[in-house]
Design a binder for this molecule. Sequence first.
Ligand code: NAD
Length: 358
Amino acid sequence: MGLIFDHVALGQRVLFGSGKAAANLAAEVARLSAQRVMVIASDSATPLARAVAAEIEVAVWHHDVVMHVPIEVAEKARAAAAEAGIDLLVCVGGGSTTGLAKAIALTSRLPIIAVPTTYAGSEATNVWGLTEASRKTTGVDDAVLPVTVIYDASLTLSLPVEMSVASGLNGMAHCIDSMWAPRADPINAALGAEGIRALSRGLPLINEDPAGAEGREQALYGAYLSAVAFASAGSGLHHKICHVLGGTFNLPHAQTHATVLPYVLAFNAPSAPEAEARIASAFGTADALTGLQELRKRLDAPKALSDYGFTADWIAEAVEVVLPAVPVNNPHPVTIENLTRLLQAALTGEDPRVLLDF
Ligand code: NAD
């Protein structure tokens, strides 16, 4: 069969450079002719954000950031932006902070400059998320895609190694899941493969030398590629499972992705030989699962969902909610029985190889 695909590339500017965030932000604010800037940063990220915003005039500082963007938190931030006549949003922080900026942009259509401090990748997607009455809804709207992303690895030096590993494996999950997600195509696959290479080089360096620049830079570069691949390919089986575990059972985002990933890879790999070979080649190992597991071992990565509060009693409900959301093009047919087995294995941290050819 010929090479036939339909790929959409999202337009945004990416400025990458350690120690350059403040200068890059000032140049972007000037380029966009912004007059009334709102900077969003959690209390703990405020010292970092103040340094990043040192060369611009800030009209409003907003610190009320909450994971998964509860609607009340979004409404307050929207009102603050409207009241102050804001014309540009700047967010400095992880996915939760970027998520709040997106919630404001969703209704106000204000442009965003994102300055990420984790490897979650939200800054490179047009996906928003909001939580109302403990239900997380997500949607796609190009208005929430930051116009500019400013990457500065020095801002991630304070991210503890454990969180860096979990967040980096969240990026790895974007890369791997995009190989079989609904809109998987050769461009996403190429970006995902380069993302795997960068993350598998960067994360062990962070583990060995958390204060070193090289690992942090590679991880950020990989995180960006992973998010571009994910934004284009959409949510595959892995993201559908993690969305439910986070949204319905309130499990922590990055750690849940880091834990579930080898189980989805073991589950899908035998039915997706081309993706499997591409992932293996990016890891430089004989097979994809070995590559991921060797990396996870080196990083002492999260192993069992039980460590994050998930219990066997919730598996049936999780299966019920995930099953209807499973993409029809998932390489391996998903049933109540095999999805239950996948979650049982992830719950206790069993060897994912039990799922090969299950
Ligand atoms: P997060 O933003 O909640 O940050 C995790 C923790 O790390 C927080 O306590 C934060 O204060 C701390 N932190 C962040 N940067 C730090 C730094 N440089 N130094 C020290 N501490 C730091 O978590 P996250 O994993 O970055 O993002 C998760 C959220 O992002 C979830 O709500 C998820 O749904 C969302 N997300 C959305 C998309 C999308 O495309 N819309 C993609 C990925 C993640």
